[in-house]
Design a protein. Structure first.
Length: 252
């Protein structure tokens, strides 16, 4: 299967230890910043516990989103709380795990007799799985259909894998997004009529703020069409000037 033509990227961060605060998440910040550096953005991020049914349903949900590409972190090891491999098989393939010969060889070469009886479980993968190289201890991760990438929870292992994926599978940068931003000394409700009249190819962000000296709102418009972004920005500045509302541009 070919890669997704116009990808929307999602993070699925799996780990009860993150939710109970025994470990801090480091994947969201890395992934959101890294994708931005490549001209993309993160469309959603989910942190869930190590529950096989929840992992399966989360993957099924994400798979049904048009053009979704999922970076999944955690749960691919050999301990009883590692459910991601079987949940991926149930959500995305035929519900079974198969011995991946190359993965088994890597694990055996790395651990010898100690590969059995437990670490070799990591070579049991969903049908059609391809391997992702682990730069730290060689224990492989895997991906399915050029859309679903399953990596360890350890950032030092998984983050280089994300870089490899974006260098080798999704190497084309997204079209640039042109953005214009201002801050106005008013409530955002005073500008809803302008917001509702924006064309569909313009993305709007409205961030209200309340200070001791009164309300403010940060308005940001962006588009892959530079003129559309500029025209949308001018709609706001013209309305603000006509309504006698002070505003100031914000440099991005």
């Amino acid at each position: 299967m070919a890669k997704v033509a116009h990808p929307r990227f999602f993070a699925l961060i799996i780990g009860t230890e993150i939710l109970n605060r025994r470990r801090e998440d480091s994947h969201f910040l890395f992934l959101s910043e890294f994708l931005l550096s490549r001209g993309y953005r993160l469309s959603g991020s989910f942190v869930i516990e190590d529950d096989p049914a929840l992992i399966e349903k989360s993957l099924s949900f994400l798979a049904n989103i048009d053009n979704s590409v999922v970076f999944s972190f955690g749960g691919i090891g050999s301990t009883p709380d590692d459910h991601t491999r079987i949940s991926a098989a149930r959500a995305l393939e035929d519900g079974k795990l198969y011995l991946h010969d190359e993965a088994a060889r890597i694990i055996e070469d790395r651990l010898g007799e100690k590969a059995y009886p437990y670490p070799i479980r990591m070579a049991q993968l969903p049908k059609g799985a391809k391997l992702l190289h682990n730069p730290v201890n060689r224990m492989p991760a895997f991906y399915l259909k050029e859309r679903f990438f399953f990596m360890p929870g350890f950032p030092q292992m998984s983050h280089p894998m994300v870089e490899w994926i974006m260098d080798n599978i999704y190497s084309e940068k997204s079209e640039p997004q042109f953005r214009k931003t201002l801050q106005a000394l008013c409530r955002e409700s005073e500008l809803i009529d302008i917001m509702e009249a924006l064309p569909k190819n313009v993305e709007l962000s409205s961030l209200p703020k309340l200070y001791s000296d009164g309300p403010r709102v940060v308005i940001s418009v962006s588009s892959k069409d530079k003129k559309a972004a500029e025209d949308a920005y001018l709609r706001f500045t013209k309305a603000l000037e006509e309504r006698g509302i002070n505003y100031s541009p914000i440099e991005e």
